[in-house]
Each structure stands twice: as C-alpha cells, then as structure tokens.
Design a protein around this ligand. Structure first.
Ligand SMILES: Nc1ncnc2c1ncn2[C@@H]1O[C@H](COP(=O)(O)OP(=O)(O)O)[C@@H](O)[C@H]1O
Ligand SMILES: CC(=O)N[C@@H](CCC(=O)OP(=O)(O)O)C(=O)O
Length: 309
C-alpha cells in the first residue's frame, strides 16, 4: 500500500485565489509600463516577460510600454554627451533625440520583444510613430513656475490606437517605445518627419486611456508611493484620484510623471492604476493574483477606498 501527500495544495490555493480576478478581467486590456532600473537586471526581465505571457494566456490583453532612461543615459555617456533633466524630463537636443530613438526602438524594445517571443510568436514592437499611434507637440518644462525649452520633448496631443487594437485582436502583445510623431508646423515645414521624446510613464497612461484599458500598471524601482518620502518607507496602498491630486505638488521628480499618469488614467476611464515594485520577481502576478496585492493602487473618485478592486 502507498500513500501520496498533496504537496501542491498551496499552489492550487494560489491559483484559486486568482479565480475571481481572472473572471472579472477576462478579455480586458492591461497596459504595463516597464521602466528604468528593473530593466537592468536580466532575471527580472525574464520574469517580467513570463508574467506578461502568463496574462496573455490567462485571457487578458496585455500591452507593454517601455522606458529606458538609464540605457539612454549610458549611451549618451559613451558618446561623451551629458544627461540633463528639467522638471523630471530629459533635455533632448536633436542629436540626443537620435540616440533616444536608437536606444528605445533599436535596443530596449528589441530585447523585450525577443524575451517575450521566447514563449511563442506573440510580441510585436512598434513606436508611437507607427500608424500614427502617438502624435505630439513640443512640450515646455515647468521649472519653478517658469516655462523652459527642453528641446525635442513632446506632449501627446492625439492617440490612434487602431494598430494596437488590431494586434490585440490578433492575439499579439504590442511592445511600444515612447516616441511620438510631430505635427508641429515647423517640423512639417522642415520637410522631414519630426519626432519627439515622450516620458514613458506619460505615454503609457495616455495609451491606457485611449484603449479604454481596465488597468494601468507602472513598474518602478521602489515599493510604491511612499507617504512621506524620503523620510519614511510607509507605502500608501490605496488612494482616490482626489487624494492623489492633493499629494501631487509635494512629490519629487521621478514620481511626478508616474502619479500624474495614474491620475490622468483613472480620470479618463481606466478602472485602476497601480505603481508596483519592479525589483520584486513576478511582481505583476503578485499584484494581480493575490488578494493583498503589492504597491499603490489609485482608483477613481466614485469608488470608495474599501470597495475598489
Ligand atoms: N513619494 C515617493 N514615493 C516613492 N518614490 C519617490 C517618491 N518621490 C520621489 N520618489 C523617487 O522616484 C523614483 C522613481 O522614479 P524613476 O526613477 O523615474 O523610476 P523609473 O526609472 O522606474 O521610471 C524612486 O526611485 C524615488 O527615488
Ligand atoms: C522626455 C523624457 O524624459 N523621456 C525619457 C524616455 C524614457 C523613459 O521615460 O524611461 P524611464 O521610464 O526608464 O524613465 C528619457 O529620455 O529618459
């Protein structure tokens, strides 16, 4: 006679914990912004790709918008060019714009597409230039109330999500670099199509809203939004749009585009926007498939803090 211990029971419980979420979110679009420092670690990148493919096979429609600030800075450094940020945005000369485009579309995006496609013919890379996905106008930074010219940095004025929708309908995972086409008069007059460097958090939020996404998920290199950064590491787990709006003026530069993006998303139809720790392996699955979640969740005002999921 032999007996068998069911050691896999905790795994089954975890899967069952995910069932209500899966039922609710089946067929829904999730825009995931993968950025910065989490993208430097090889294991984290692989785990990220596994999570995204898992979501796709679980019946969701994931879209990846990626950053690459550290990679751009490293490349500029190799070329002897300095990185300067104003109001949290990179001062982008025409020369730097070429490097930004080369690094984002030619390096970071290609690598992510490659990692995702290790699991099958799923990922398709594009930039905001493709099929008029993102159109932008020149953006001026606000530095202590002053309007400052920071070069070829763009502010999104229009999104045509048709090509992304078509890819999603075809079961693909779009991977998007945050570069937008310009339709500014001076670029048009110059004869060559102009492009702009757009902060990837801002691009992800605008795309999430344009796609009518259920969720915007922003991966970063901290646990979430700290209540009193840098004095305390108390993470705010949930807050409403209005509560976030009140906090915005006190936030420091890296968090500003992220939280502005979350606010824009939930004010424009996205049900929840979450900032989660990209340094934790499988953070996307942890956020989604466990009751507690991790990180910070922003919900629209109509939701009560307790009631939102
Ligand atoms: N209230 C806050 N909570 C958490 N992080 C904050 C806060 N204010 C500023 N930060 C800073 O923002 C950084 C995240 O922004 P950023 O470096 O642009 O991230 P990423 O490279 O992931 O896009 C954190 O590492 C932290 O230094
Ligand atoms: C205008 C602007 O600042 N653009 C960013 C685009 C990349 C980005 O946003 O990357 P992370 O998400 O990794 O920071 C930049 O040039 O660094």
């Amino acid at each position: 006679m032999s007996t068998r211990k069911h050691t896999a029971l905790p795994k089954a419980r975890t899967l069952i914990e995910a069932l209500p979420w899966l039922t609710r979110h089946h067929g829904k679009t999730v825009v995931i912004k993968f950025g910065g420092n989490a993208m430097i670690d090889e294991e984290l990148k692989r785990a990220f790709a596994q999570d995204v493919v898992f979501l796709r096979h679980a019946g969701l429609r994931p879209v990846v918008v990626h950053g690459g600030g550290p990679q751009i800075s490293a490349q500029l450094d190799l070329l002897g060019l300095e990185s300067e940020f104003k109001g949290g945005l990179r001062v982008t000369t025409p020369e730097a714009m070429n490097i930004v485009r080369m690094v984002l579309a030619g390096q970071v995006q290609r690598e992510l597409v490659g990692l995702l496609n290790e699991h099958g013919p799923l990922a398709v890379g594009m930039t905001g230039e493709d099929a008029h996905l993102m159109t932008a106008t020149k953006h001026y930074a606000d530095v202590d109330g002053e309007r400052v010219d920071i070069g070829r940095v763009g502010e999104i004025t229009a999104i045509d999500p048709g090509a992304v929708q078509a890819l999603l309908d075809d079961g693909r995972i779009p991977v998007i670099s945050s570069i937008a086409r310009s339709n500014d008069d001076e670029d048009t007059a110059a004869g060559a199509p102009g492009v702009f460097n757009v902060n990837a958090d801002t691009a992800a939020a605008a795309l999430a809203a344009a796609l009518g996404a259920e969720t915007l998920m922003v991966l970063t290199d901290v646990e979430g939004l700290y209540e009193d950064w840098p004095n305390s590491d108390e993470v705010i787990s949930r807050l409403t749009a209005t509560q976030l709006e009140k906090l915005l003026p006190d936030l420091a530069s890296g968090m500003v585009p992220k939280m502005q993006g979350c606010l824009y998303a939930v004010r424009n139809g996205v049900h929840t926007a979450r900032v989660i720790d990209g340094r934790v392996q499988h953070s996307i699955l942890l956020e989604i498939f466990t009751d507690e979640g991790i990180g910070t969740m922003v919900v629209p005002d109509a939701n009560t803090i307790e009631g939102a999921t």
